[in-house]
Design a protein around this ligand. Structure first.
Ligand code: F0G
Length: 355
């Protein structure tokens, strides 16, 4: 089946769907795997670094892989409404897939903590957006309770259909590379994605589709690093708003992914995240959002500790598109001043030589 038909069509036999499941798709998945040659050279890194750019999904984040499955199953099971808590991307994706499925969508968001693009997506797709004076963790608590008491289907990653859909990214990595990489490096927030990738690699290995499994390296932001600290963080803080999470729902399964794969879950500073964010944009032409850049900040940390050597292949998941959060980009670039609309003075300013 062609990869252009979405992840359910492409990986149907690995997913919890039947012939009668109504497939709700926006043709998610099939995202590019890009070699980061300029960054390898800049770091003098002898390992091969690849980015799986999930920002190129239909709503511009990896969430779409899970949402196609979760919303299709919700429809199959007769739901009329879906609900999620979100740091932004899940709400954008839920709102879009719910619109396509003619389902109502309710999103509960930590007030004032969502990147502009994500909020615009959820609103324009017609979701009922309810900001609450709480962190993401508080919002998720509300959503858990509402969905266990009222007729509304939860589509956060504690819904197993979400994880099932998201594991298809690991399948794509193996299909594109011919095998699993040595390392898989990704940001960790609510810890659903690291859980999903590890499930995907294990299933592909068991099916004989890859000959190895990668070591899973997850990176949290220093100010929001509960798994690294070994305890929940009450007031998580980081520039990477997508992973501003203090009590991840999939904590246990993230630890299992780490331990079973021989990997680690570590922290990176906001400064390192922003530096990696800038590097991806300037050196590789990839505009990923700050949370995604935590993966590159992590790879740089691993390189500094000589964990990545010649012959190794490391795949970094760049989870969301940079256009989601233009505010952060504009904060770290020089301010733009208008120039005189005059050819001579512009050429002068640029130091251009005459023909
Ligand atoms: N990167 C981005 C861009 C995200 O939006 C998220 C999570 C993560 C990384 C972390 O993934 O939670 O599976 O460990 N965003 C969720 C949301 C929490 O509500 O959009 P995770």
């Amino acid at each position: 089946m062609s990869s252009t038909e979405g992840v359910i069509a492409r990986y149907r036999s690995y997913l919890p769907v039947t012939a009668s499941t109504p497939v709700v798709t926006l043709r998610e998945g099939d995202t590019p795997l890009l070699r980061l040659r300029n960054i390898e050279k800049h770091l003098a890194c002898e390992a091969e670094l690849y980015a799986k750019f999930e920002g190129l999904n239909p709503t511009a984040s990896f969430k779409d892989r899970g949402m196609t499955v979760a919303v299709s199953k919700a429809l199959e099971e007769g739901a009329s409404a879906v609900v999620c808590a979100s740091t932004g991307n899940t709400s954008a994706s839920a709102a879009a897939y719910a619109a396509r499925a003619n389902l109502k969508c309710v999103v509960i968001l930590p007030e004032g903590a969502i990147a502009l693009g994500k909020l615009a997506q959820a609103l324009l797709h017609g979701a009922k957006v309810l900001p609450v004076a709480a962190s993401f963790d508080g919002a998720l608590e509300i959503v858990r309770k509402i969905s266990s008491t009222y007729k509304i289907t939860l589509v956060n990653s504690i819904n197993p259909y979400r994880i099932a859909g998201q594991k298809t990214a690991a399948f794509e990595v193996c299909d594109l590379m011919g095998d699993a990489p040595d390392y898989h490096i990704l940001p960790v927030g609510n810890a659903g994605n690291i859980t999903a990738y590890w499930m995907g690699y294990q299933e592909y290995f068991d099916a004989g589709k890859c000959a190895r499994k990668p070591r899973m390296f997850g990176f949290q932001a220093e100010g929001a690093a509960p798994i690294v600290l070994g305890r929940p963080v009450e007031k998580p803080e980081t520039v990477a708003s997508a992973i501003r999470i203090g009590n991840p729902a999939s904590w246990e399964s993230a630890i299992r992914a780490r331990d079973e794969s021989g990997g680690e879950i570590r922290a990176v500073s906001d400064a390192a995240i922003l530096e990696a964010y800038r590097m991806l944009a300037r050196m590789e032409g990839i505009f990923a959002e700050p949370a995604s850049a935590a993966a590159l900040a992590g790879a740089i940390q691993m390189h500094a500790e000589r964990l990545l050597s010649r012959g190794h292949r490391a795949v970094l998941t760049l989870t969301g598109h940079g256009l989601k959060d233009p505010g952060t980009a504009l904060k770290i670039v020089p301010e733009q001043k208008a120039v005189k609309p005059d050819v001579e003075s512009i050429a002068d300013m640029l130091g251009l030589k005459r023909l």
